[in-house]
Design a protein around this ligand. Structure first.
Ligand code: SAH
Length: 224
């Protein structure tokens, strides 16, 4: 199926964008791209009527598509001009990937669940997206062969910032990542690499993400 020309439901989308703006997102480019993507095509048909709520929804493998307001806040925090090489950890259903693909030069996206990666790749191709490269593997180790990256976004939460991601971030680059315990909430960090050895860190507030599972993250359990 070709999804390129499918338009989001106008009324529901307006409500979704209002909810996103109510969470403080003002970046017009991000809002425009968000408003152009029919979110219901990233979840199962049974969830289509909920797809424009500002809520996370199940996508299989016990994972979730993130809340639109969180996706928008993270995307805005990346300060994309359109020329960047971006690393995304946690492809999931590909919703964040498609937004990134429309706002940067190329997205390198890593997912640990093969089934999710394959479904996301198919969906992105159906949308006519070609400026992305998928990988199935442990994103906590980054993607050394493709480094450095101008931006890195992590859409799952671990106990610390994986060192390989800082190493693979270009000087002047930005990393957006949730960090903290699963039991409560995590903090969303915006980390800027200001020199080869120095970073600055801004806390963008509390968020709730699924576990970042990997060598530089949490151990695998039957819930991840
Ligand atoms: N951005 C996604 C969010 C999916 S939830 C979306 O909009 O759909 C987070 C995803 O991160 C899950 O699919 C999970 O399987 C994946 N993940 C968790 N740990 C990972 C790791 N170490 N490497 C790659 N992907 C990981």
């Amino acid at each position: 199926m070709h999804l390129k020309n499918v338009q989001p439901n106008a009324i529901r989308m307006r409500r979704m964008l209002e909810a996103v703006m109510a969470q403080g997102v003002t970046d017009q480019k991000v809002l425009t791209v968000l408003g152009s993507i029919p979110r219901e095509l990233f979840v199962s048909k049974a969830l289509a009527t909920d797809a424009y709520d500002d809520a996370c929804l199940p996508i299989g493998e016990l994972q979730t598509i993130s809340m639109p307001s969180v996706v928008a806040r993270m995307t805005a925090a990346l300060e994309l001009a359109g020329t960047e090489k971006v690393l995304e950890i946690g492809t999931g259903c590909g919703y964040q990937t498609i937004l990134l693909s429309k706002l940067c030069r190329r997205v390198y996206t890593v997912e640990r669940h093969k089934s999710l990666s394959e479904a996301a790749v198919k969906r992105l191709h159906d949308f006519g997206i070609t400026n992305f490269t998928p990988l199935v593997g442990d994103g906590t180790l980054g993607w050394p062969a493709q480094a450095p990256f101008d931006r890195i976004i992590v859409t799952a939460a671990g106990p610390w910032v994986p060192a390989p991601l800082i190493d693979q971030l270009a000087v002047g680059g930005i990393l957006v990542i949730p960090v903290g315990p699963q039991e409560t909430s995590q903090k969303l960090l915006k980390i800027r690499k200001i020199s080869a050895t120095e970073t600055t860190e801004e806390n963008l507030g509390p968020v709730a993400f699924v576990p970042l599972v990997g060598q530089q993250g949490l151990p695998q359990t039957n819930r991840a």
